[in-house]
Design a protein around this ligand. Structure first.
Ligand code: GLN
Length: 545
């Protein structure tokens, strides 16, 4: 398509404060460049010392995102996957922990021949090698967008910024550029302040990087005079100052907001890439769907990390994607499952009561807190014909509820919550019994499931063989397959070797389906996931909308 002799690099950094939407800005730029026909790969550099996000508490850090190849990453990788098409995996998530681990391993192997190991050049070389590896992994890669986590000025970010500086210097301007995100805060009501941006760019310059493009996060669009002023004190061209203002619609409108300001054109110009027609049709169609939605469904998410929105980010996003596809608004009702433990469930979930939900989703989770409440929610949904979608733990809950209520094994449980139960309907696989190390030891990443014709899951996907991502230790216990199916529970899919149960369904119910995998990692705003779509369709049918 393009005859680019070498890969181009775009480093996206941030200043002033965190949570400016650097991930969304980087992903939106990726989407725009893809719209121009370029092959884009995204990389996240995380300055924390954890090797990966797998062992991090969702309360502190948000969800753990899982890629096809089983990397447990930061939720930014999820943003990349929702906005862009390029392959993402272990190579695309770089942490300080990984970098140090591999440098120290090399040192122990004697590969540095007795030299003193230092941040510069050894740590920075390792970072550069990781970035270059992504650029070379797929031969058709045109552009690598590298997001540097943290804020310029943080101690932890320095080696990453230094690696970026070296790549920009070595590749030459035009082959590697810097896009810097800053904040234009509003002070005393209405006054927009540019000073923090000035300081932030200065901090970049002190690291030896002159930003080529600035994206200013501001409550409103900035007028020309303000943008000229910013250009004046930052050495950034006036035409390369962009504004990421608050959108009232959805974050998925950001690519279009940037497109209107010609961000992609300026970035292409700075990289010396000839411009071509922009195809943003999928994004424009998505916004048309957004505006055309009619009616509303209330979906109760019954889980344990309810206070932090990021803890179930991909689940919430997937419900939103399905709402676009189904032409209906979805209101998220976040219910801490422990509140369902003692109160009457009907009093909380039922019609004319506190939440009055039209559908229930029980997402993934670990540990025993709040499990009783989830089982009650599943029971309520099954008995009252309310659509229920169980994801990973949410499917295990369905199995436990079925065994307790229908087969009357009152102590039926997962051995994760009760090791001594007489009916361990969910249990560990043999190979998990001896695992003591917590990081990256679960069943992780992409695997195939074979769907049973005539099942609800088959009609959602419309095909027999599907690939989804896993992240769990416990499984449906095979020794109970006969009793479970004999009492009516439907096994909708199995692994290819039939060894593991991948999904179950309630019989004679509008839509009660649980999957052992995580479909939420594969949903996109421009292509809703078939299971989320089928769930919301069932809710819509139930509501007669
Ligand atoms: N705790 C359960 C397991 O390890 C479920 C995990 C999940 O929901 N991701 O199997």
């Amino acid at each position: 398509m393009y005859n680019i002799m070498m890969n181009k690099f775009i480093f996206v950094s941030g200043g002033v404060c965190s949570s400016l939407g650097k991930g969304v800005a980087a992903s939106s730029l990726g989407a725009l460049l893809e719209g121009r026909g370029l092959n884009v790969r995204m990389v996240k550099c995380d300055p924390y010392i954890n090797v990966d996000a797998g062992t991090m508490n969702p309360y502190q850090h948000g969800e753990v995102y899982v890629t096809d190849d089983g990397a447990e990453t930061d939720l930014d990788i999820g943003n990349y996957e929702r906005f862009t098409q390029g392959k993402l995996g272990k190579a695309n998530s770089v942490t300080t922990g990984q970098i140090y681990k591999s440098v120290i391993e090399k040192e122990r192997e004697g590969r540095f021949l007795g030299r003193t190991i230092q941040v510069i050049p050894h740590i920075t070389d390792e970072i550069k090698a990781r970035i270059m590896a992504v650029a070379k992994e797929e031969p058709d890669t045109d552009v690598v967008i590298v997001e540097i986590g943290g804020t310029v000025g943080d101690i932890e970010s320095v080696p990453f910024l230094e690696a970026a500086r070296q790549i920009i210097h070595e590749q030459g301007r035009g082959n590697a550029i810097s896009v810097h995100l800053t904040l234009i805060p509003e002070v005393a009501g209405a006054e927009l302040k540019t000073k923090p941006t000035q300081h932030s760019v200065k901090a970049m310059q002190e690291q030896g990087i002159q930003p080529d493009v600035l994206i200013c996060r501001s409550p409103v669009m900035l007028d020309e005079a303000t943008r000229r002023k910013i250009a004046g004190f930052t050495n950034v061209d006036f035409e390369a100052i962009f504004v990421s203002y608050n959108v009232e619609t959805t974050i998925y409108e950001i690519p279009l907001v940037f497109y209107e300001q010609k961000l992609d054109l300026i970035v292409l110009k700075k990289m010396g890439v000839e411009s071509r027609h922009a195809n943003l049709k999928p994004w424009k169609t998505m916004m048309e769907h957004f505006r055309a939605r009619k009616g509303k469904a209330r979906i109760g998410i019954v889980g344990k990390y309810m206070e932090l929105h990021d803890a179930y980010k991909s689940v919430y996003e997937s419900l939103f994607h399905a709402s676009l596809d189904c032409g209906i608004e979805v209101e998220l009702i976040k219910i801490d499952s422990s509140t369902l433990e003692d109160a009457g469930v009907e009093a909380i979930l039922g019609k004319d009561n506190n939440f009055a939900v039209d559908g229930i989703l029980v997402p993934g989770g670990f540990g025993s807190r709040g499990i009783g409440g989830m089982v009650r929610a599943a029971n309520w949904a099954r008995i009252n014909g309310v659509p229920y979608f169980g994801i990973c733990l949410g499917m295990q809950i369905m199995v436990i509820e079925w065994a307790r209520s229908i087969i009357k094994w009152e102590d039926a449980d997962s051995t994760e919550f009760n090791e001594s139960t007489k009916h361990p309907v969910i249990s560990l696989l043999e190979e998990q019994l001896d695992v003591t190390q917590m990081g990256a030891t679960m069943r992780l990443g992409r695997s195939a499931s074979v769907l049973r014709q005539g099942s609800k899951i088959f009609s959602a996907y419309g095909e027999k063989l599907i690939y989804e991502r896993h992240r769990h230790r416990y499984e449906f216990s095979n020794k109970y397959r006969v009793e479970m199916t004999g009492s009516g529970l439907i096994i909708g899919s199995l692994t290819q070797d039939s060894a593991l149960v991948e999904s179950i369904e309630w019989p004679d119910h509008i839509w009660g389906l649980g999957v052992q995998f995580h479909p939420e990692f594969k949903s996109k705003p421009t292509a809703a996931h078939p299971l989320f779509r089928a769930f919301i369709e069932a809710v819509k049918t139930n509501l007669k909308l």
